[in-house]
Design a protein around this ligand. Structure first.
Ligand code: COA
Length: 196
């Protein structure tokens, strides 16, 4: 297993691999995301264009089997900055964690923890950020697509020092696997204050 840390333009050659991986993992509950490679690649291009982005890449035998991304919140789409602005919080003080994905066979071996450590440590090194944040989709407890053996990640995130801030919420539009057309999903943020 190899871990690579990539910044800015160094991410570009991996965009297709990352897009494929994200689409396969985010098809599962709770995301249920049925996007296209093109949409994913477009979104990931903002990571390649940001001077302060980070992709933590996990490879096995040269194949990308996991990845985790981060960038300044001000370099993300404005929809994600809006809940912070609405509360008078400066998006420029936030380093945004843009998602971790790992193929199921590689889970439970510490890679997810490593993804958090690497992104937090990079955000800390950049000095200008007061907090790290990521968002999650809110699904009702009885959602018909929720697998019976689904294990929520709430404890995993709390163990990484993040607190759920349900008041930092917005909606984001995508098409679920079972949907005919896109609909708004409620997303809310988890935040961790960085120690000076
Ligand atoms: C989120 C995700 C990346 C986590 O990855 P993971 O590699 O399974 O997580 P880890 O193995 O690092 O950690 C899981 C737990 O196992 C523990 N663990 C890690 N290595 C271990 C080991 N060798 N032996 C036993 N336990 C271990 C961790 O400490 C952690 O427990 P804790 O929270 O009590 O500390 C993965 O579940 C995933 O891809 N999920 C689907 C996509 C998703 O929901 N992403 C998150 C939001 S974008």
């Amino acid at each position: 297993m190899e871990i690579r840390l990539l910044h800015g333009a160094a991410i570009a050659p991996y965009i297709d691999d990352l897009a494929r991986l994200r689409l396969s993992v985010f098809r599962e509950f709770p995301y249920l995301y049925d996007g296209s490679l093109e949409q994913e690649a477009d979104h990931l291009a903002s990571y390649a264009e940001s001077g302060r982005s980070l992709v933590v890449l996990a490879l096995d035998g040269g194949e990308v089997i996991g990845a985790s991304a981060g960038l300044p919140l001000v370099d993300e789409m404005s929809d994600f900055q809006q809940p912070f602005l609405a509360q008078g919080r400066d998006p420029a003080s936030v380093y945004y964690f843009g998602g971790s994905v790992l193929l199921p066979a590689y889970r439970g071996q510490g890679l997810g923890v490593r993804f958090f450590i690497e992104r937090e440590s990079y955000a800390h090194k950049l000095v200008e950020f007061e907090a790290c944040a990521f968002c999650t989709v809110e699904r009702p407890a009885g959602h018909p697509q929720r697998p019976v053996d689904y294990k929520p990640l709430l404890g995993f995130w709390r163990n990484r020092g993040f607190l759920h801030e349900p008041s930092l919420r917005t909606s984001y539009r995508w098409r679920d696997r079972e949907e005919q057309s896109p609909s708004d999903k409620i997303i809310s943020f988890w935040v961790k204050t960085l120690q000076v």
